[in-house]
Design a protein around this ligand. Sequence first.
Ligand code: PEP
Length: 248
Amino acid sequence: MAERPYIVGNWKMNGTRSMLSEARAIDRASQRLMKVEVALAPPFTLLHAVHKEVQQIGVGAQDCHPGEDGAFTGDVSASMVLDAGAKFVILGHSERRQAHGEDDALVKAKATAALNAGLRIILCCGESEEIRDAGEAEQFVIDQLKASMPKISGNVGEVLTVAYEPIWAIGTGRTPTADDIGSMHRAIRALLVELYGEETSAAVRILYGGSVNPGNATELLGADEVGGALVGGASLTAESFLGIVLAA
Ligand code: PEP
């Protein structure tokens, strides 16, 4: 486990202003749990409101457009989410890769735009069940990460977090074994060392995501090279999300 584990809640397309009380409760509890870095990624519509409600936790977006501004109906740029209070953005989530046809080149372009705007990024990667069953998961994830990774200069640990999220584990209640997570995270760590050198890349946290809940968090977070968790469904209530934060 990383020195300061990072637990990030991804609310996806959930939440109206009535959910601000959950964000407040998560924030209040996190003020007493300083050894864990806690963050929430609400939908765009709640970004500013959550940002105004919280003091301790980080707030981020779930996506951004690669362009700076212009005629892109319905899209939101990196500088807009920064202006709304976001400090980071989740990019390359499999739900966007699958439902919005985002390929590695687009994820890389978005990541570059986010970094240029001054946001930190959480770069997601993960294999389908077919790829895992074929024994090709590690090679697939490494290739996906290489192709999605923006150019980063300076202190990579300050701006980059990687989230390994096997697609078949997202929202399904199924999880890889701690051994499988550990071996994937070691492969990702080796790639980071190759790209950024041992010392600089050591500060990059590699999160695990996929059906993390308060009941399995201790085991999953205890896997080798796991620096925290990206949490979907279980981040929607303060009670379950804080159960995971407490396990970290
Ligand atoms: C996610 O989609 O980032 C995720 C990890 O979802 P869940 O925790 O619901 O599996």
